[in-house]
Design a protein around this ligand. Structure first.
Ligand SMILES: Cc1cc2nc3c(=O)[nH]c(=O)nc-3n(C[C@H](O)[C@H](O)[C@H](O)COP(=O)(O)O)c2cc1C
Length: 181
């Protein structure tokens, strides 16, 4: 089997996109791909020539990707045309889904994924639209206060605290099946 050289670059504030990137990597490695996973904040990729497949993802905060992940898209936007590329995003969409708020889901998809495709003229082969984590320990005071009110909502929607003050709202099966596709 040919091993497809793959680069996964992610931006994260609360850790979800790091875990999701590793999960995607594990699936691709299982298919024989050669995968490098990079945190955009820790390593600035200078050259994407060695890679055939590039997956770029970020968590969403107030509708925004992290600066470093966005910067990676921007810097290489013209080089992706020669590659297979895919995007993913970690969001609150799983909450909106459970609440049946389909309009919210679509607004989030736009900010998280389709706006990037348009802005950087990407020919993405796939757009991974995932949940994330709500981690009250990592939020600053203001955000903790602002998002405090959704804790009841998360409980009501059936999300359980995965560790103290942390709600992992990802669907790992959805992530694995996307990667496999
Ligand atoms: C202050 C704050 C703002 C957020 N804003 C959004 C948002 O605008 N849209 C959304 O879908 N999720 C939002 N989220 C939820 C994040 O998508 C979720 O925390 C995700 O895990 C972020 O990815 P990361 O863990 O890789 O940083 C927000 C979370 C926080 C703490």
């Amino acid at each position: 089997m040919e091993s497809m050289e793959t680069l996964i670059v992610y931006g994260t504030r609360y850790g979800a996109s790091a875990g999701t990137a590793e999960e995607i990597a594990a699936v691709l490695r299982g298919e024989g791909f050669d995968v490098k996973v990079v945190n955009a904040k820790e390593e600035k990729i200078k050259d994407i020539n060695p890679y055939e497949l590039i997956v770029v993802g970020s968590g969403l905060q107030m509708g925004k990707w992290t600066g470093e992940a966005e910067d990676f898209l921007k810097r290489f936007q013209n080089d992706f045309a020669q590659k297979k590329m895919a995007l993913f995003a970690s969001t609150m969409k799983t909450v909106s889904e459970r609440e049946g708020k389909t309009d919210d889901v679509e607004v989030t998809r736009k900010f998280a994924l389709t706006d990037k495709v348009t802005k950087y003229s990407l020919q993405a082969i796939a757009l991974g639209f995932f949940g994330g984590v709500i981690d009250y320990n990592k939020m600053n005071f203001l955000f903790r206060k602002t998002l405090g009110s959704i804790r009841q909502q998360l409980e009501k929607d059936g999300f359980k605290e995965t560790s103290p003050d942390v709600y992992d709202i990802r669907d790992m099966e959805e992530i694995r099946s996307w990667a496999k596709d």
